[in-house]
Design a protein around this ligand. Sequence first.
Ligand SMILES: *Cc1c(COP(=O)(O)O)cnc(C)c1O
Length: 360
Amino acid sequence: MSRVYNFAAGPAALPEEVLKEAAAEMLDYKGCGLGVMEMSHRSKDFETILGDAKKDLTDLLNIPDNYEILFMQGGGTTQFAAVPMNLMKNRVADYIVTGQWGKKAYEEGRLYGQANKIATSEDRTFAYIPDCSDLPISENADYVYICENNTIYGTKFKELPNTKGKDLVADQSSMFLSEPCDVSKYGLIFAGAQKNIGPAGVVVVIIRKDLITEDVLPGTPTLMRYKIHADNNSLYNTPNSYGIYICGKVFRWLREMGGLEVMKERNVKKAAVLYDFLDQSKMFRGTVDREFRSLMNVPFVTDSEELNAKFIAEAKNNGLVQLKGHRSVGGMRASIYNAMPYEGVVKLVEFMDRFEKENR
Ligand SMILES: *Cc1c(COP(=O)(O)O)cnc(C)c1O
């Protein structure tokens, strides 16, 4: 077996320890004589898997008692609709659009009510986060929406917006559990699993309990109602049980690594290796304003399409894969989530240095 360093934005690398453990349990989970994929979601064993996952996530993020954890399906994108369907009581919401995912959420929100784009960084291809300290928040807004880390453009909110008392809803898909987070500052956080915590399809929703009500928009499908999932411990219908099991293993791995303070330290150190190289390089450069740089997604370019393509191909031959930038941006992007080891980033930078010298 030979594993590569996988810089994909998602589905992305998972901790090798987690994959090995899952492989060992694939055919026979702890003496059950069957695997988790084949197990009833109503069995005692699965109940324990789900309960442990919730407990470990609660410990990792210090989730307060007045919040609920939901494991839903349909990825991050389904939440673009679930959020307005459940939370738009006044049918008004304010969106801060700092990338493609925020834009998609905003456009989805417009299907359900008055979604206001109160700030955007579209004017410079989303290379920065706008000043959100004094925005024209709508009087009757049900929530203020952000995509906290922009997977495609590589920017991150370093400060949360001033929502002037309105509930903050954040898409944390590509930064979930990469650093400590004060959950009490949010009304709702959601994260698709395939970036930082598990297999595609699962989405974790952390929601303040008073926002979970029967009062949803008419026509909201049963399975899109937060209350149905909250009342049924995420087991109203068959959940993505295997996905939840892997997420649970990642939560446990994060705890064993020392928790989110330690992960932040590791992620800062890892990202610095790459950003420091980019800042001195004469060939490669980062594409976003420095003060908004993401710790997780690092887009960069050369001045030539030809060199970009050559770099991506040669990197692949050197065991550094999935470095092609998003189709809407071009160039390169290195996603360096929790599971990417420090050595992987060092290998990448060594390769970039060599490539620069050879192609000057
Ligand atoms: C990947 C991503 C999504 C979409 O996730 P799907 O699981 O494909 O629906 C949404 N938001 C962000 C920030 C993402 O990175």
